[in-house]
Design a protein around this ligand. Structure first.
Ligand code: ATP
Ligand code: MG
Length: 407
């Protein structure tokens, strides 16, 4: 309140920035009185015009003709939606639905929607068809330990940890598919980069000439998303105080073994044939950034460190699996898959899996499976790096982690 003026910021439904309504005692005495008594958190509608004088830096100012109150808070709000008082992450997660009234939270989740919007546009422009694969499944892509069991009538079932097996089967009939999908992972993570329910942008394409085709698609997708956000989400970036950086293809490619050598020379231990740890990934990110590469592919993962479905090179040691890392964080994994039936059975056995449990999957490989490959890009991981979020829990409205299943 400034003298005989009431100024109220109203979180709207279109702009991330609030509408600012200004009521003067001498200009609109009744509305002034009404506005003076409003509690923070009231749901209301106002009618008015954009003010000829714009003083607020926070949003557009309006002169108001009427205010209709729809609902008043029964209690003071449990969080500061204005954002003047810092709120603990735990409380923020609990009351995210209220905090979405704050321009910063609103901007984060508008950008999330923008990522998905851009991904759809990109895939459609390239002839990919959007599909939905089942989230209740009988077998996982990576094995039992990471699956959430589900009671499914008389049968044992799980929540899907990845659309991997299904998008591969689809290559027989739809050789370009994408899916925007949750991943359910039962690992007892407690990190700043893992959720138990996370979302991915998955793609699979057939009739490829090699893994390069798949990397090209991923590279184009990521560049399309960042360009799209840079162009269409200007206000959101401003509210967040960031500028999403322009990424230009081709991204740097570094062999897994080169990465290991670099890391070992920095004194980081990497056991033979094992995947990079989070700490190693982060260190590699720093080293690569010094060389001018914030985003890069790690290619040629060793067979010992990959899923059974990746194509092995002739040497038996390497595979056509890659990761895409951005600022020291894995944001996507992908590769060329094994499409030859016999080799696939051999690979499963080699990984200690029982081919009988994957019959529905294997059968598809008997009927003219084209060479194919694809990837899964983590939406929250991408958001973390684009928006400089410290914790992955900032990138999803309702968090599912080791301890949270409400709200
Ligand atoms: P990590 O090794 O980092 O735990 P991953 O290799 O098990 O991840 P993938 O199976 O390769 O994950 O999944 C594809 C992408 O989905 C990952 O690159 C990541 O961006 C995202 N993703 C996977 N699991 C999670 C998770 N638990 N929480 C958040 N994002 C995830
Ligand atoms: Mg991975």
């Amino acid at each position: 309140m400034v003298g005989k003026v009431v100024i109220i910021e109203i979180s709207g439904d279109t702009s991330v920035k609030p509408s600012v309504i200004v009521l003067k005692k001498d200009r609109e005495p009744e509305l002034y009185e009404k506005a003076r008594r409003l509690d923070i958190g009231t749901a209301l509608c106002f009618e008015g015009e954009v003010s000829p004088i714009q003083k607020s830096k926070r949003g557009v100012e309006y002169i108001v003709k009427s205010i209709t109150i729809y609902s008043e808070p029964l209690e003071p709000l449990p969080v500061d939606t204005v954002g003047k008082v810092p709120t603990l992450l735990d409380t923020r997660i609990k009351y995210r639905y209220l905090l979405l009234r704050n321009p910063v939270e609103k901007a984060i989740f508008k950008i999330r929607a923008g990522i998905i919007e851009a991904a759809r546009k990109y895939f459609i422009s390239k002839g990919f068809i959007e599909v939905h694969t089942p989230k209740i499944v009988a077998a996982g892509a990576e094995g039992g330990a990471t699956l959430f069991p589900v009671k499914y009538f008389e049968q044992e079932a799980y929540l899907s940890q990845s659309p991997q097996l299904y998008k591969q089967i689809l290559m027989t009939g739809l050789p370009r598919v994408f899916e925007i999908t949750p991943y359910f992972r039962a690992e007892k993570f407690n990190t700043t980069r893992h959720l138990n329910e996370s979302w991915g942008i998955d793609a699979e394409q057939g009739f490829i000439n090699g893994v390069e085709d798949v990397m090209k698609t991923l590279e184009e997708l990521v560049c399309y998303i960042t360009d799209y956000l840079r162009e269409n989400y200007v206000e959101e970036q401003e509210v967040l105080g960031i500028e999403i950086e322009k990424l230009t293809p081709p991204f740097k490619k570094i062999k897994f073994e080169e990465a290991v050598d670099i890391l070992r020379s920095e004194g980081i231990e990497i056991p033979e044939g094992e995947d990079l740890t989070d700490a190693a990934e982060k260190k590699l990110g720093e080293i690569m950034a010094e060389k001018g590469h914030k985003i890069y592919f790690i290619i040629g993962f060793p067979w010992k460190a990959t899923g059974f479905y990746y194509m092995r090179e002739e040497d038996g040691y390497h595979t056509r699996k890659f990761d895409l890392d951005y600022k020291g964080l894995e944001i996507a994994s992908g590769g060329q898959r094994e499409h030859r039936y016999d080799k696939l059975i051999e690979a499963m056995k080699n990984k200690g899996l029982n081919p009988e449990n994957f019959e529905f999957y294997l059968e598809a490989f008997k009927y003219g499976m084209p060479p194919h490959g694809g990837f899964g890009l983590g939406i929250e991981r991408l958001m973390m790096k684009l928006l400089n979020l410290e914790n992955i829990r900032e990138a999803i409205i309702f968090v599912r982690d080791r301890t949270r299943i409400v709200p």
